[in-house]
Structures are given as C-alpha cells and as structure tokens.
Write a protein that binds this ligand. Structure first.
Ligand code: UDP
Length: 343
C-alpha cells in the first residue's frame, strides 16, 4: 500500500518523504514544483509533476499506485502574501483540498493527514492554546486552512474517511543528516531570514513590530523542528491505520521564543552579529502563540527529539551552508555548459 504525498518536493513534504522512505514505506509524490524542487525528492522515488486539485490525475495515481493514505502538504503558506492575494490562497489551499478529499472519497482511500496551522486560532486569549480554543483566523491563510478542516470533518462524518488534522506551529530546522532543508529563494520565515542575514545573503533583518504586549515587545512563537513534525505524521498514520478515530492535534513543543530571542540565538550559533532594524508590524500577526501539545503526546505517543532552539538553528544553518555550496556548483556548471555551447 502506497502513501500519496502532495507537496512532497517542498520544505516539510521532502522531509516527510525521506522519513517514509527510511521506514520502507512506498510513496508517490505529487507536486507542481511552484515552490518545491524536483531534486528535493529522494533519489529513485516517484515524483509526478501536477496539481493536487487535478482530480483526473490524482485518481489515476491512486489506482496506479494502490494508494491507501494521503498526506496533504501542497499549499501556499505565507501569511502576509495571503492578505494581499486571498483568492490565490482560497484556490491553492481550500479549493484544491476539496478536490483531493473528493478523490479520496471516490476511490476509497480511507486515511487522510492534513497540514493545518496554528493560524486557525488567530490571537488566542489562552496560552498555551489547546485544540478546543475558539478558531478565529486573522488572515486568509488561516481561513483557507480552517475551511479545509471543516470540509474534512464533514466528509469524515459522511463517508468512510478517517483523518488527522495536524495544526503546525512555527516549523524550522532541517534534516539532522543534512539531506534536506528549507530551500525556497525569497524566504519570509524568521529563522531562515535570520540565517540568510548571518551568512551575508541579506544586508539586514527587520523586526516586524517591537511594541507588542510581550516581555520584550516582539512576537512570541513556538518553533518546532521539522524532523519532529514529520515524526508526528508517521505516528498519526500508524494511529489511523490501527483503526483509531479521527483527531485534530496541535504540533508544537509548548514553549515560546520572541523574535529577539530567535535573533540572539542565530547570532550566537553562527558567530555573526548582523544588522537588525525595527519595522512596522505585519498585518495578520498575532502577538503570541504557543501550543498546548499534551494531546499529540497522549494520543499519538509523540516524543520530540530536537526540542531546543539552538539545535533547530544549528541544523538550519548547516542546511543553508550546504544550499549555498550547491547553488554555487550549479551556477558554475551552467556557466561551463554555456561556454561549451558557444565554442
Ligand atoms: N518576523 C520578523 N522579521 C522577519 C520575519 C518574521 O520580525 O523577517 C516575525 C514575524 O512578524 C512573526 C515571527 O517573526 O512575529 C514569526 O514569523 P514567521 O513569518 O516566521 O512565521 P508566522 O508566525 O508568520 O507563521
């Protein structure tokens, strides 16, 4: 039985594919490569380039590969971008997820794991935030994911479809063995941006808002190592395959760091004191969000291995250095090919 991983060429998806392949699970990756990279999919693993909303393609893949479970990562994930271009987010995230759920129902795929987000909570009154907290997203991104959750829940009630909704907090870090990491150009996520500043790829880092009602005035987030996050998916899959009921679970560690604390950690781990300036707050940013992760631990037996900000930053920094080397090698190769073709 095969697992269909949508978005498997992207940041989190590529780590998931490695973990499944390491465990000997057959996988097929579906990715439109809009933000992912073909090279990020482990060697020898099937990658199909296409949209998760292309129902004819998805149904064909499900039949061809005898898919019994879908892990759905493919999505647009940048909060401020969703504020500026909401309809793209509702299409890429909500409409495509509806199509994928329908494919699962039509073809009899019984297990569905969905990448949701802490953004469904908006600016929660209670910290750490349990899964039962009111859902009041502050951005189209959060709404696009919440709408998908609702569809999945209702489809699960009506059909033989069992799901796990995992609400990710702030995912960061890279494969501890150095095989994968966050590779997108134009990154916006804090740890990646700070590391780029440390390595000289940016001339400065901006802090978006320093007057929030937090101890140092900057926003607080719960940063989770990508390898611990994908482990929660493997645990969730085992849970579903054992016949356990559908669930919605937070994926975070249950402790928060401010933007300033993250910057200090990146400076300390990298040994580089890069420039930092204060900028206006970003629309759609809550002041503080930290997971209550008791449910994931209790229900799935999930045990994080990398719950340490310095470790997350060390792995992310290692990957960024590797990426810089790879980009230089590709550029060099392209230059030599171009010179050769001119001769
Ligand atoms: N942030 C920042 N400067 C940056 C990127 C992010 O100050 O260059 C802040 C952002 O405003 C938020 C926190 O860092 O308070 C985490 O943002 P990120 O984009 O990493 O994740 P989000 O919480 O939006 O999913």
């Amino acid at each position: 039985m095969t697992i269909l991983v949508t978005g498997g060429a992207g940041y989190i998806g590529s780590h998931m594919v490695l973990e499944l392949a390491d465990a000997g699970e057959p996988v097929v990756v579906l990715d439109n490569l809009s933000t992912g990279f073909a090279w990020a999919v482990g060697e020898g693993l099937p990658l199909v380039v296409g949209d998760s909303g292309d129902q004819a393609l998805v149904e064909r893949l499900i039949h061809q590969h005898q898919v019994d479970a879908i892990i759905h990562f493919a999505a647009s994930v940048v909060v401020p971008e969703s504020v500026n271009d909401p309809l793209r987010y509702y299409r890429n995230n909500t409409v495509n997820t509806r199509a994928l759920i329908e494919c699962a129902v039509k073809t009899g795929v019984r297990h569905f794991i969905f990448s949701s987000t802490a953004a469904v909570y908006g600016d929660p009154a209670k910290i750490p935030v349990p899964e039962t907290s009111p859902q009041q997203p502050m951005s189209p991104y959060g709404w696009s994911k919440l709408m998908s959750e609702v569809m999945l829940r209702d489809a699960g009630r009506a059909h033989d479809l069992h799901y796990m909704i995992l609400r990710y907090f702030n995912v960061a870090g890279a494969d501890p063995r150095g095989r994968a990491g966050q590779s997108s150009k134009d990154a916006t996520h804090l740890i990646k941006v700070a590391i780029e500043a440390a390595l000289g790829a940016r001339d400065k880092l901006q802090i978006f808002g320093a007057d929030y009602a937090t101890p140092d005035g900057t926003c607080i987030r719960d940063y989770i190592h990508v390898s611990d996050l994908v482990r929660a998916h493997s645990d969730a899959l085992r849970h579903l395959r054992s016949g356990a009921p559908s669930q919605t679970l937070n994926c975070g560690y249950g402790r928060g760091f401010s933007v300033r604390e993250v910057i200090d950690t990146v400076k300390r781990v990298s040994g580089v004191d890069f420039r930092v300036e204060i900028a206006p707050p970003r629309p759609g940013d809550p002041a503080r969000i930290v997971a209550d992760s008791a449910q994931a631990r209790a229900v799935l037996g999930w045990q994080p291995h990398y719950d340490d900000l310095s470790t997350i930053v060390t792995h992310a920094l290692g990957w960024e250095r590797e990426l810089t080397k790879r980009r230089a090698a590709y550029a060099d190769q392209a230059k030599r090919t171009a010179a050769g073709s001119k001769r």
